[in-house]
Ligand binder design. Structure first.
Ligand code: GDP
Length: 513
């Protein structure tokens, strides 16, 4: 049986149109009934919680969520799970983890701007994991680049075969609509404001200006044909053109996901790969989010289900904990509302309310037989000492740092010498979130101070080698939240120097739990 789940994310540079496209995808799927609802919902949520003011001020999306919608294809229901990735580059760690939970991605490019830095970074993450990509060149209703130029840029910059599936007819003031190569239909825009009212003509009957004919024949002849296997291997990207704003090309895009995007893929668990047909329910936590409901101090752990059929009330054992937890009120994230799930399938995302039992990177399984791998912590690029303003709040601070590191907002390091904890992040924004949440949620007034360290490396080696190293470098050693030994380096050079001096130790820039 092939699965009807399509679990995907949208990757893009800020302003390319991710939010607008998300809205339109949900509209097409009948999940929301009003354009604008995605933003409106975001605003309502923001207004509820204090620390999210940062998000509001900066106009960026710090939190990420899951949206599910359905559509019928040939009498079959396809369920789409769209995972929202935070748009800001500071949250690359969070974004990375979200991309570990999808089976494919849509890459949105602004027709006038081409590949931008954030698009490229996110693309590289997808490539690392062979996540197949469908490209959507957005904003073709405006004056943009020559489509050939955009295609060649994608091919050259990303070293990827491109296969156009649609073609814009004209551009800017001369824009007439889109030609779909597969159906040979033209989706036409009308009137001075170039609106799309759902009108399609067969190419043969349409009155496309003749000079375009040559262009799209060239477009079809000049690039490889679509090849499902090459796409699924991450070697080729089908390219769709459209306008999220005008809802043009969106239906074709959804069709492409339904038709081509892979069903739930096997996930790495050490040497093995665990596929949907594995004999028990398994999944992994890729995100933990606090405060979705400020009335309850609950936290939601997001589990990507990998195998089995989940039923409400089922007992699952988190890796490392040893004893099972009963999942009584799992949550599926439909676009309108949170809904209680009774069952879930591989590819689905389940929200599991908990009070800090579940951490990012944890595996959940019925029989505790599996450990999914590949959800790393990254070596921090910014390290700060945290100073309490009120010394009686030590305990609260420790609790807060534990909580926030479990959520993956920060990493915390406890130096072997010297009292104050060191906080490590990949981007500055995480520090702003930290200070704001410490005050708002934990009533802890704290300040961040410079630390002498520039980065950190996880240490591995024999007990003896570690002990020897420890003897001479205690001032540069700390324990992370799991008690693992970490070398705190004053500079990248420092890391190289110590690596050379201590060949029996490994200095790792990532840590997989
Ligand atoms: P995000 O930052 O990627 O989520 O981008 P948004 O969806 O917020 O869009 C950024 C801006 O581009 C907004 O002003 C949108 O109205 C506009 N926009 C999005 N899609 C289109 C499109 O297809 N055509 C035009 N002309 N504008 C668009």
């Amino acid at each position: 049986m092939t699965s009807n789940r399509r679990t995907f994310a949208i990757i893009s540079h800020p302003d390319a149109g991710k939010t607008t496209l998300t809205e339109k995808l949900l509209l097409q799927g009948g999940a929301i009934h009003q354009a604008g609802a995605v933003k409106a919902r975001g605003e309502a949520r923001r207004a509820r919680s204090d620390w999210m003011k940062i998000e509001q001020q900066r106009g960026i999306s710090v939190t990420s969520s899951v949206m599910t919608f359905e559509k019928q294809y040939d009498g079959e229901t396809i369920t789409f799970n769209l995972l929202d990735t935070p748009g800001h580059e500071d949250f690359s760690e969070d974004t990375y983890r979200t991309l570990t939970a999808v089976d494919s991605a849509i890459m949105v490019i602004d027709a006038a701007k081409g590949i931008e830095p954030q698009t490229r970074k996110l693309f590289e993450v997808c490539r690392l994991r062979n996540v197949p990509i469908i490209t959507f060149v957005n904003k073709v209703d405006r004056e943009g680049r020559d489509p050939f130029e955009t295609l060649d840029e994608v091919a050259d910059m990303l070293a990827l075969d491109v296969s156009p599936q649609m073609w814009p007819i004209g551009m800017g003031g001369l824009f007439e609509g889109l030609l779909d190569f597969r159906t040979e239909e033209v989706a036409r825009v009308e009137g001075g404001s170039k609106d799309y009212l759902g009108k399609r003509d067969a190419l043969a009957d349409s009155s496309i200006p003749e000079n375009y004919e040559e262009e799209y024949q060239l477009a079809q002849a000049g690039y490889p044909e679509f090849d499902l296997e090459a796409y699924r291997n991450g070697d080729l990207t089908p390219v769709y053109f459209g306008s999220a704003l005008k809802n043009l090309g969106v239906e074709e895009l959804i069709d492409a996901i339904a038709r081509y995007a892979p069903p739930p893929r096997p996930q790495p668990a050490g040497e093995e790969k665990i596929g949907p047909e594995y004999g028990e329910v398994t999944g992994f936590i890729f995100k933990v989010q606090a405060n979705m409901d400020p009335n309850h101090r609950d936290r939601i752990a997001f589990m990507r289900q990998v195998s089995g059929t989940f039923k409400r009330g089922m007992k699952l054992t988190p890796s490392g904990l040893g004893k099972p937890i009963a999942v009584h009120s799992p949550i599926l994230f439909f676009a309108q509302d949170r809904e209680i799930a009774d069952t879930a399938e591989p590819g689905d995302i389940i929200g599991i309310p908990n009070h800090g039992t579940l951490r990012v990177g944890d595996t959940l399984s019925e029989k505790d037989t599996v450990r999914f791998t590949g959800l790393p912590n990254f070596a921090p690029e910014i390290l700060r000492r945290i100073q309490l303003k009120d010394p009686t709040k030590t305990k609260q601070l420790r609790k807060a740092l534990d909580d926030l590191s479990e959520e993956g907002v920060i990493q915390v390091f406890y130096p072997e010498i010297g009292g104050s904890s060191i906080v490590g992040v990949v981007g500055q924004l995480q520090l702003d979130v930290l200070i704001s949440r410490l005050g708002a949620e934990y009533k802890v007034d704290a300040a961040l101070e410079a630390s002498p360290f520039a980065t950190a490396r996880w240490l591995k080696g024999s007990d003896k080698a570690l002990r020897d190293f420890e003897r001479f470098n205690q001032g540069n050693l700390a324990k992370d939240r799991d008690g693992d030994l970490v070398f705190m380096a004053k500079s990248p050079w420092d890391v190289g120097y110590q690596e050379e001096k201590n060949p029996e130790l490994t200095f790792s820039a990532t840590k997989e739990r």
